[in-house]
Design a protein. Sequence first.
Length: 222
Amino acid sequence: MTEMLDPVTRQHVEKAAEALQDEFSGTFSRETIARFIAESVDLLGGSKINVFVPVLAHRFTRERLKALGQAEGVITKDLPEVLFVCVQNAGRSQMAAGLLTLRSGGLVGVRSAGSDPAESVNPLAAEAMVELGVDLEDAFPKPLTDEIVRAADVVVTMGCGDACPIYPGKRYEDWEVGDPAETSSLDEVRSIRDDIDRRIQRLLAELDVAVVSQLSEVVPDA
């Protein structure tokens, strides 16, 4: 799909690739980075995201390369990594990711993805999260990729069936929670948010003891 981009957009994508080559120099080859950014442009295009291609491609590729490095042991994983997966990556998984970041105080690595990503984050989900001080303005739906799953320690699925590959040594959970895409009521989305929040806090209580001890003043009782 990169060959289908207009010349200006293609130039910006190439500059994004150069920035990633500088950042990951000595970790990944230029060829690997070029391949990943081309794949990311294709994947984002396939998920109907057609604006801000260079910026989103850079962010998505950077996240994928970091995950690949963690999965292959060439990038140190300092925090436990949790991946949230739903269908559109526009509501439930985005709220879960924001809530885990909030409740952990940034002491847990968080990623989210979708089996069939939407064009943008659900506005009601974003509004409900703002009420808790979590801004999803820069969040965008992302396709689920293999290295993102491989890098995770915990994988939480939300209504996406068996789209997520299974790898040994990981903790898998399936949360049956409501979908903001199926309602136009902010009150119902708040209820979904609060359900996810309770599950997040239970998950935090079950994670690494060293992390939990640092979160004792951050995470209220479920």
